[in-house]
Design a protein around this ligand. Structure first.
Ligand code: KG4
Length: 334
């Protein structure tokens, strides 16, 4: 079975061809970072316009890299939500049209399901049930995954997502967008204990996150230092901020595993490509006797291979699809 995956939920246009859920024949992505960087964040209208220009060449490239023709494809899997409505509409409408004219079945995929399942693109696969931490630019959520289509939301951010916090802190430090990778690079030469930024644990046993207070603390620290005419120690600020985010993400994920008596933990989403998060999660999972699975960085960030994989399982479950289905901006996984 050949599955064509299409992803356009935010600012990356991606397409991939997967054979039998296990072999990635191609995975193509065009990033819009260069377009949005001067605005310090994604401009939705620009994102959808650029998806319009990119979608046809990206899909064509994915088919040609996989050395297959459109008529060889058995299933089109496309991100239906959550994400930016204008961006989603481009990929979703294109996939529906492609399906309609070529008579290939189509399936709408939840982007979060893609991130939760992206780890199955790797050789080493986890067994269900597992606890999944999905951390990206728009989400910080913990799920209990019991099958390829059963995900229970255990906790989520009440304000900023982890990636959003990285991007906002990067912006206030004068770095380009997306700031997460720049902050993590800068943090390598800093002292994570230099500044004691707050960790927001919320109520006892809560699996929710909150990162907006941490972001404000970084801003307050920078303002105080400037008032004292001190030079900002960028590497220390980045390392200390990163440590505060990582501490909370790791401990809450392991708390979820303890609360539900689950021995396997999985990461997904752009922020899980952060080296410090990967390293600290490894260490703490080992200490707690949990098995940890993290996809390689290119499968952590948005990609269409994970959408093709999740779509394969939606299709297997015979989730119905009709051409009057629409995109949605908030995740339906509850
Ligand atoms: O999953 P993703 O590719 O897509 C969206 O959410 O759209 O995640 C992108 C997010 C951005 O906020 C980016 O700054 C963050 O993931 N990110 C990182 C790192 N790499 C990407 N954050 C921290 N450290 C990184 N190394």
């Amino acid at each position: 079975m050949l599955i064509l995956g299409i992803e356009s939920s935010c600012d990356d246009t991606a397409a991939a061809v997967l054979r039998n859920e296990t072999t990635i024949l191609s995975s193509v992505l065009t990033s819009q970072d260069a377009i949005h960087t001067r605005f310090g964040g994604v401009v939705p209208e620009l994102a959808s316009r650029n998806h319009l220009e990119a979608i046809v060449p990206v899909v064509r490239q994915a088919l040609s890299h996989a050395e297959v023709l459109l008529e060889d494809i058995d299933l089109i899997a496309v991100t239906q939500g959550p994400g930016l409505i204008g961006s989603l509409l481009v990929g979703f409408s294109y996939a529906k049209a492609l399906s309609f004219v070529s008579n290939i079945p189509c399936v709408g995929v939840d982007h979060m399901a893609g991130h939760i399942l992206s780890v199955f693109l790797e050789e080493e696969k986890p067994e269900f049930p597992f606890i999944s931490l999905v951390v990206s630019g728009g989400t910080s959520s913990i799920y209990l995954a019991t099958s390829f289509h059963d995900f229970k939301l255990l906790g989520r951010t009440r304000d900023d997502a982890a990636g959003e916090a990285f991007d906002k802190v990067a912006k206030l430090l004068g770095f380009a967008y997306p700031g997460g990778p720049i902050v993590s690079k800068e943090a390598k030469s800093g002292d994570p204990q230099a500044i004691q930024f707050p960790r927001s644990w919320l109520e006892k046993d809560s699996l929710d996150f909150s990162f907006s207070g941490l972001k404000t603390s970084v801003l307050n620290h920078c303002n105080t230092e400037k008032q004292k005419n001190n030079t900002l120690q960028l590497a220390d600020i980045c390392a200390s901020f990163q440590e505060a985010v990582v501490d909370v993400l790791v401990e809450k994920t392991l708390m979820a595993a303890r609360q539900h008596n689950i021995s396997t933990v999985v990461l997904g989403g752009g922020v899980s490509s952060n080296p410090r998060l990967r390293e600290h999660m490894q260490k703490r999972s080992r200490e707690e006797g949990k098995m940890l699975f993290i996809p390689r960085p290119e499968y952590c960030t948005d990609n269409a291979a994970m959408i093709a994989f999740a779509g394969f399982h939606c299709h297997r479950q015979c989730l119905d699809f009709s051409y009057d289905k629409d995109v949605y901006c908030r995740s339906l996984l509850a």
